[in-house]
Write a new protein. Structure first.
Length: 598
């Protein structure tokens, strides 16, 4: 063992970092595909032994920073299933949906709000998976749209964005289009096609049923009843099927059917059979249907009064929560970046109306410093302020913390100034007053004491599983090194912040004999007793063991060797520099603890 580190040239991030990370996550036990032995479940992931530790450490650091080290923030742990009216009040039941579009050629389904938007005047080539597919798609386009696109290898060209709302087909060399179509300004993300369907809204919340009633049985009973009834009428009167359906719905739901404001009444007015059946099903299941929460935030508004009454907190103060959220995402992408089941870390900070700007500045700084504290490359975390037309109508300011993912900048956390919108909505829907009464202050409008107000809210809302991915990307390094014998080698090392690292210290006997394993066990016992997550490891050569612990991000390795037995000293190897120092066994625990705390 040498004290000198080999010559190193650092390759910050290989181009195929995602491919390598996904493989490493599986091989080393960070993240597995859910239900893999059954072929896997789309967009669901399981965190293995190392991933579970990493996630706990990360979320623990957030909790420590946001809750336990602050006097003015408390935490809650609310249920995932809440009263369905919570989601009606918050707007999620109606509006928590993505505009969905299908490509008419490739059949790719994607979110319109996330699709690429080429500039006016730009060529809109379709990049097909291969030459054969290009031929098929060109034939399809000719048949369905009456144009012959130019084919060059796997690329079809000729379509151009004439304006923000129109595309045209320009045969080779033509200056004017021979055909034009209306356009909504975007193309499909994978192939770049502008041949798209209308946008459809799709609710992202997962629904399930609560209680002993099986909603499907209820639905089939009611619809079954309606149709048995109908069939008799159908035979007797020989009426058209559509009329029969409407007549049956009118008999079963007379009040709702005649109310043009009710979804059933509206659907009958519209005459759309599918919509009529859908609204009937919605009406029948409404009382037993509940949702899996699509965000952790609403519980903080719903429990605002209980928290204030029970804890004596008063504005400015925050309520924080972290945990699982569920969204039936249409586009699941980039490994765990966007999945259907994920974890969030959110806080609602309640402050006096008029002070929201100061608090926004405060929380922006606090949150950015938290992200950068754990990063090797702090410059990869930036703010992006939302434009007015991007913000929810009730918000008066909003910033995203964006991270430089290998595929480009993307959201990691949203920090929104939400005014008093959420408390107002829950007050309206629940009938419970959700305000703070400040006995000391006069109402700025009337000048009279006390001042009763609904606090304004600053909401820093971060993704925990997305954060885990971002810190894995930040940590992933490949270093080309020249060994003592002059050979080139690549060292893969996860430079995770020691506070996040799943295993803090590995204890390695140089060989499995001469009393070294016993000494190593003594050291590990002392580390575990001191609360350090340490692991004993005696498999494979010492070089292979160092390589494995570099790859999983273990910041320190303690090696027991021949000198340990005679001089009671060990080596301490640093993951990032690979430098080793000798130290007495008696100092191991204190040294490791001090380094972890530093
Ligand atoms: P996006 O624009 O990426 O869909 P969003 O604006 O809908 O995100 P928010 O509702 O603000 O996200 O949620 C707060 C945070 O939760 C996001 O910044 C992100 O880190 C995380 N998050 C949201 N949806 C997902 C998901 N499907 N998978 C993993 N993390 C998510």
């Amino acid at each position: 063992m040498s004290d000198a580190a080999p010559a190193v040239s650092v390759a910050k991030r290989p181009a195929d970092v995602m491919k390598k990370l996904v493989a490493l996550c599986k091989q080393r036990g960070f993240v597995f595909q859910s239900s893999e032995i059954y072929g896997g479940l789309k967009s669901a992931y399981d965190y293995g032994p190392l991933g579970a530790e990493l996630k706990r450490n990360l979320m623990g650091e957030w909790w420590k920073d946001m809750v336990t080290t602050r006097e003015n923030v408390v935490g809650i742990d609310a249920s995932i299933i809440m009263h369905p009216n919570v989601w009606r009040a918050s707007g999620h039941a109606a509006g928590f949906s993505d505009p969905l579009v299908d490509c008419k050629v490739s059949k790719e389904r994607f979110r319109a709000d996330k699709a690429p938007r080429p500039a006016v005047g730009a060529e809109l080539p379709i990049t097909c998976p291969d030459k054969g597919v290009a031929k098929d798609w060109a034939d399809q386009i000719e048949k369905n749209f009456g144009i012959i696109m130019e084919r060059d290898g796997n690329v079809l060209s000729g379509v151009r964005a004439i304006s923000a709302s129109e595309v045209g087909f320009f045969p080779k060399g033509a200056s004017a289009p021979t055909k034009t179509w209306p356009w909504r300004g975007y193309v499909s993300p994978t192939f770049g096609s502008a041949f798209l369907t209308e946008e459809k809204q799709f609710n992202l919340m997962f629904r399930t049923a609560l209680g002993a009633v099986d909603p499907m049985a209820e639905v089939s009973d009611i619809i079954g009843d309606m149709f048995v009834f109908d069939e008799a009428l159908l035979l007797a009167n020989d009426r058209k099927k559509g009329d029969e359906l409407i007549a049956a719905v009118r008999r079963k739901f007379p009040k709702e059917a005649s109310d043009k404001e009710h979804p059933i009444g509206k659907a009958i007015e519209d005459g759309n059979r599918h919509l009529i059946i859908r609204t009937v099903i919605e009406a029948v299941t409404r009382n037993s249907m509940v949702y899996l929460r699509p965000e952790t935030a609403q519980a903080m508004f719903v429990q605002f009064k209980n928290v204030m009454d029970s804890s004596g907190m008063k504005p400015p103060f925050g309520i924080a929560q972290m945990g699982k959220s569920f969204r039936n995402e249409v586009t699941v992408e980039h490994f765990i970046f966007r999945s259907c089941e994920f974890e969030q870390m959110e806080m609602e900070f309640f402050c006096e109306p008029g002070t929201q700007k100061e608090w926004m500045t405060f929380w922006k700084e606090a949150r950015m410093s938290w992200w950068r504290r754990f990063a090797n490359y702090p410059e990869d975390f930036v703010f992006r302020q939302h434009a007015k037309d991007e913000m929810a109508f009730y918000a008066d300011d909003c910033y995203d913390v964006e991270y430089k993912y290998p595929w480009g900048w993307g959201e990691l956390e949203g920090i929104a100034s939400r005014t008093d919108y959420d408390l107002t909505q829950h007050e309206k829907h629940s009938g419970v007053t959700l305000q703070y009464v400040d006995q000391e202050k006069a109402d700025p409008k009337t000048g009279a004491k006390p001042w009763k107000y609904k606090p304004y809210v600053i909401e820093p809302a971060a993704g925990a599983t997305r954060a885990l991915l971002c810190f894995l990307i930040d940590a992933y390094h490949e270093e080309e090194r020249t060994t003592a014998t002059g050979e080139k080698e690549i060292r893969t090392v996860l430079k995770l912040h020691p506070k996040l690292a799943p295993i803090k210290c590995a204890v390695l006997p140089l060989v499995k004999k001469d009393g070294m394993p016993e000494k190593a066990r003594e050291i590990i016992a002392a580390l575990l007793k001191a609360g350090v997550n340490a692991k004993y490891d005696e498999k494979a050569s010492i070089g292979k063991r160092y390589a494995k612990h570099d790859e999983i991000g273990t910041p320190y390795c303690i090696t027991v060797d021949g000198d340990t037995l005679t001089a009671d000293t060990v080596t301490l190897r640093d993951r990032d520099t690979t430098l080793q120092i000798r130290l007495p066994i008696a100092e191991v625990v204190a040294t490791i603890k001090a380094r972890l705390e530093a």
